[in-house]
Design a binder for this molecule. Sequence first.
Ligand code: ADP
Ligand code: MG
Length: 425
Amino acid sequence: TTPHTQTPQALLQQLYGYDSFRGDQEAVINTLVAGGDALVLMPTGAGKSLCYQLPSILRPGVGIVISPLIALMQDQVNAMRQLGVSAAYLNSTLSIAEQNHVEQQLRDQQLDLLYIAPERLIQERTLQLLSQCQLALFAIDEAHCVSQWGHDFRSDYLSLSLLHDYFPQVPRVALTATADVRTRQEIIHRLSLQQAQQFVGGFDRPNIRYAIAVKSNARKQLLAFLKNRQGEAGIVYCLSRRKVEDTAEWLTKQGYNALPYHAGLPAQLRESHQNRFLREEGVIIVATIAFGMGIDKPDVRFVAHLDLPKSIEAYYQETGRAGRDGGDSEAWMVYGLQDVVRLQQMLAQSEGAEQFKRVERHKLDAMLGLCEVTSCRRKVLLNYFNDEASEHCGNCDNCQIPPETWDASVAAQKVLSAIYRTGQR
Ligand code: ADP
Ligand code: MG
């Protein structure tokens, strides 16, 4: 489509109705509009979408958005259309006729934005089609999916480096909410983004309170946590599918509006539970890590972990789904030795090179470190991402109720980790 002549600022107000940019948004937009590449790291809810939507409209041609979240493409396209932006998506959920229609729109230069699944993009046929179009940019959303270290790894993402070879003149932006320094390097390397300008936003989510306790009776502990949270929407993460189902059933019996979600449930049921969580009030979704990426529900008031995540990145990403509206929210977790042993076993039994497993062990160690720390948890979390932090955030359990060194729970933590460390090495 023809380029808009407005400034990014004017378009922000006119199109979205927002007064001002947040954080690095404007700088990222300027970089892309000028034709440069960018790597954008911003916390969940910070507003990454705007960083590619605006330049797609401002630059001539269509912006291609690569997203692994097929289920959410339609929502995003609908939202864009409501703003009067010409947007479409291409993925396996469309009929042949619908696909043909979108492809025709693309050839006719009628689109500002095209969302596309990675497996679709890398098909020769699609690349051919794109080579005949004027392209505003490529946005690679959820770019951490390129990392083989993470649990969101998608093999199709590895092929995306070909965009650089096929379309060297088209600016590319990779976006993610979670990337420690190692993953950041991996994204740059795998997507050939050596020339990209890096925008590393603050990782702090000040409205999220962090609390971590040693597991004694997890259900009793969860119930105590939920006691004053009747009617609030939240996510309860469990490691196994079985535990997801058991916990959801048990919570329902306790009078909570709880629904299970994991990859083993029929697609229809999964979708219906996700929709109820998004649309109804006060639904608790009990889920494995299969749930959550790209979920844009502003008023999630808590994220509870009944099992230890395998890395700080995973923990940050999962807890980051709370409080996107800026309201007070809580990230609450109980962990135990059995979690650590189980994650160790899963790692030992997994396929993969020794080097890979070594990195994963380090990540698990760092996660355990966050659990065991007796000082400010936010500081540990932010430092892990090389982000600055004050000594005391005042909004985590350790800041609010400083653990005494003789405290029984701390002693338990220490014993626990000693056992774990001996067993491990
Ligand atoms: P992310 O992808 O980083 O998790 P989104 O792009 O989904 O976040 O944006 C989260 C929410 O913040 C959306 O509802 C979006 O409209 C809103 N938002 C983004 N930028 C701004 C801004 N500059 N001012 C106000 N709201 C914004
Ligand atoms: Mg996003």
